[in-house]
Design a protein around this ligand. Sequence first.
Ligand SMILES: Nc1ncnc2c1ncn2[C@@H]1O[C@H](COP(=O)(O)OP(=O)(O)OP(=O)(O)O)[C@@H](O)[C@H]1O
Length: 537
Amino acid sequence: MREVLGLVRLPRAALAVALGSLTVLCGAALLATSGALITGAAQRPTTLLTLMPLITGVRLFGVSRAAVRYAERLVTHDVTLRMVAGVRARLLERLTPLAPAALTGARGGELLSRVRADVDELQGVVARLLVPAGVAVVAGGVAVTLTALVSPATAAVLAGLLLLLGVAVPAAAARLGRRAAVAAARADSDVAADTLDLVRGLADHLSGDGGATALRGLDAHLARQEDAERAAARLAALTTACREGVPGLGLVAALWLVGQDVAGGTTSPLLLAACALGVLGAFEAVGGLGAAWSTAGGIRAAAGRVRALGELPPAVTDPDSPLPLPPGSALRLEGVTLTYPGSARPAVAGLDLTVADGAKVALTGRSGAGKSSVLALALRSYDPDAGRVTLGGADLRRLSLAGLRSRLAWAPQEPQVLAGSLAANLRLGRPGASDDELAAALDEVGLGTVLGSVGLDGWLGDAGERLSAGERARVGLARALLSPADVLLLDEPTAHLDPDLSARVLALLAGDRRTVLLVTHDAAALDERWRVVPLGG
Ligand SMILES: Nc1ncnc2c1ncn2[C@@H]1O[C@H](COP(=O)(O)OP(=O)(O)OP(=O)(O)O)[C@@H](O)[C@H]1O
């Protein structure tokens, strides 16, 4: 929370508080002068001139209240948007080094929904917390002081009721509401994650038990969401009742106390209605505090989760003083062991593997033998627990991450195809590639027909949904082939291909001048240019 507040521009926030206070005071003054004007008019003065100051006051406060409120909204939103932009930028800066390894524990949908919902919630810091609190102190203080000039007893009652409405009632409501806010945030995040998972895996769910299990899980989270919303609504109703009732008490108290002064002849009758209505208007000073207290729990919880996400330790870090990138592209694993966090058994144990400069090596082995883990080590998504991985003789941990990854091209089993055009997806591999180069790469991986039907500028849909799984895998392969990197790391590049195309792609890779390390379940398709390394005994 402190960090979020650090992103708020305080002079602008102070301006928003000043303008908000002025709005409240203009409103109270409008009511007060209106009351005095009505009382004055009821006394049937001989000339209207005696009422002119009150008439002018009513006009002035009426017009200026709207103008000042407008200015306050502008400034508050400006401060909020700048703060949220800062939060998003900082969060993105911290999340980037965590990917991919340190984020694998979080479900994609959950992470997306959590970050979006929490950052949205933080928007309330300025408009719902800071400004209302500042306005309550400034406008409430000024209103009590002005009331004391007319009737100290009324001022004391006003101060007490402002504290009751602005502090005691909302504090009690917030205490009760904090649990509901946390439960609501958790339920929202679970519902969003379940919905996303359900939609993404619709075909799997339907082919299982027709989606019944997934829907039961979603229903349970929806019920929790409904309970949390109902609890929040009950609290909101209670605070609304207080918000309406307490100002009424203030009005009655002012009428009674100032009325006694008027009856005793110590106060002008004009001030009776003015003071009573002014007191009524002054309660607007704490009008925003009810919502502030009830949302404070949710905002604090959101700030905590955003901070916790940003504080996840990255799986790998940049060295303090990186070595220059080595000229060679030979890849070596020397006695390497990797145990994933939380796993009892190592995924890779004491592995020695050399992929010489320009060599073509294929890793084979049963499912779970650790083939993809070897690629993850070569990419430095993880550091080994024991042994070392080198590129051109240099330990990967001594090279800058950006430099290392500029030397490696990676095509995973299920590459990320982004919502965008075919060309934009391919240019992730080589941003400067010409249309002809893109077309040639597509042709090499047998995507010539897709190029013909979709076109380079054709929209691939959300996550490439307009392509088949095999076509998406080949977009990833074409992207890796286009890359200027000198080491290709490919995870089952031929998994979705028919035998002819598979043979063509493997021949293409075998003829590539770069170092190639690939994972395959189909060792029989490899020719003599490949060295086959079986993993897992
Ligand atoms: N991110 C991870 N966290 C924890 N365990 C993991 C992770 N990735 C893989 N594993 C585990 O490590 C072991 C090796 O997995 P890996 O994916 O490297 O095998 P693989 O040989 O590539 O399998 P496949 O052929 O099925 O892709 C498996 O037991 C797997 O469950």
